[in-house]
Design a protein around this ligand. Structure first.
Ligand SMILES: N[C@@H](CCC(=O)O)C(=O)O
Length: 357
């Protein structure tokens, strides 16, 4: 069956329908990772977006549930050049096709994903529609695409109840704004006892549990939509508990302490983004997935200073908080998929918790 991807600028791609036949409108973004499509699909930060994989063959090693970053796939839609019909891998338990169908996620295959990516890079991220309805009327679709906004998405992806994961070491409170499982895993591997809290938990409740450290997770959407969460993060900042934050967590901490964030032209999503540690000058290759960034012009150096910078476009990739045991990164040190270069940042967090004992 044919499917159509209609972009806000009027471009239409015709391909083959994959997954569900449902019609969706979403923000269209691209990810340049060459592998790890399952981790991308199950990364809650993609909620509210339809993701185009630029690698031309997707699905060839199938779905292995153990590799998932959360319980389900989250994108509104999925866009690929070629979908492997017969995955080959001894760990394979399912196909992308079935996986998308099971969760009612529509997609489109067989389109020129390079052409699509070039449009998004030149004009910036835009909204689009994936539909199997060949009788669509462009003049009716385009105003809908222009009017569409992602809105609040953290509430869709956060856990419902607080849960304690095994461990005997330092107690870490992990705020789940849409956390990838590998964040808790990276902490567990270092012996931490991780307690995962729903995104809207009050700071008082977290602090009452007396954590040794607080971890603010990644998550979907525009950080400025998270107004009530930002209020709680202000209180966490005022406590003396060491804090480490990733991606959305990094943006929320910046907003909570008076800095501003803004939307990037087309964001960073992929497994090979070079980031420079501004203290040592060393460059690490990082996994990234973000469409917003902290505007360093709005930083008050008495509150926070840049700690990492993207080597490609010089955008901010991390902050160190002045006089505080707090540091935050825009990239994903837990990787998955991606290079393990920056995994040492979890060790730094462990040291921060030791020092503050
Ligand atoms: N939703 C935010 C953060 C992404 C994340 O935490 O992975 C952004 O796109 O910039």
């Amino acid at each position: 069956m044919k499917a159509f991807l209609i972009l806000e600028d009027g471009t239409v791609f015709t391909g083959t329908s994959i997954g569900s036949k449902k019609e969706i409108i979403s923000e269209i973004v691209f990810n340049t990772s060459m592998t790890g499509y399952l981790e991308v699909l199950t990364d809650p930060s993609y909620a509210g977006q339809a993701v185009c994989m630029t690698y031309p063959l997707i699905g060839n090693y199938g779905i292995c549930h153990e590799d998932q970053e959360s319980l389900r796939p989250w994108p509104d839609g999925y866009i690929v050049r070629e979908l492997s019909r017969i995955p080959s891998n001894f760990r394979c338990e399912d196909t992308i096709q079935n996986f998308l169908k099971r969760y009612d996620i529509p997609g489109i295959a067989g389109i020129d994903t390079r052409a699509l990516t070039k449009i998004l890079r030149e004009k910036g991220t835009m909204n689009g529609m994936i539909t199997t309805n060949a009788d669509y009327k462009l003049e009716e679709v385009l105003p809908k695409l222009k009017a569409y906004t992602t809105g609040r998405v953290v509430e869709r992806v956060t856990c419902e109840e607080k849960k304690v994961l095994k461990g005997s070491g330092p107690k870490v409170a992990l705020m789940d704004f849409g956390a990838k499982d590998n964040i808790a895993r990276s902490l567990n591997e270092r012996g931490c006892q991780v307690t995962v809290y729903p995104a809207f938990t009050k700071a008082e409740e977290i602090l009452r549990d007396d954590p040794d450290g607080i971890m603010l997770s990644n998550g979907p959407g525009d950080p400025k939509e998270c107004t009530s969460i930002i209020e709680e993060i202000k209180k966490l900042y005022d406590s003396q508990v060491p804090i480490f934050a990733i991606c959305l967590g990094h943006q929320l901490m910046a907003l909570a302490t008076g800095a501003d964030t803004r939307k990037m032209k087309y964001g960073h999503r992929g497994g090979n983004h070079p980031v420079k540690d501004l203290e040592t000058g060393r460059v690490y290759i990082s996994s990234q997935n973000h469409g917003y960034m902290v505007d360093t012009d709005t930083l008050n150096p008495q509150v926070a200073v840049p700690a990492f910078e993207n080597v490609n476009d010089k955008t901010n990739e991390g902050l160190k908080y002045t006089g505080k045991n707090i540091f935050t990164v825009q990239f994903h040190p837990e990787a998955c998929p991606g290079p393990q270069d920056s995994g040492y940042l979890f060790d730094r967090f462990m040291k921060m918790m030791e020092v503050s004992e």
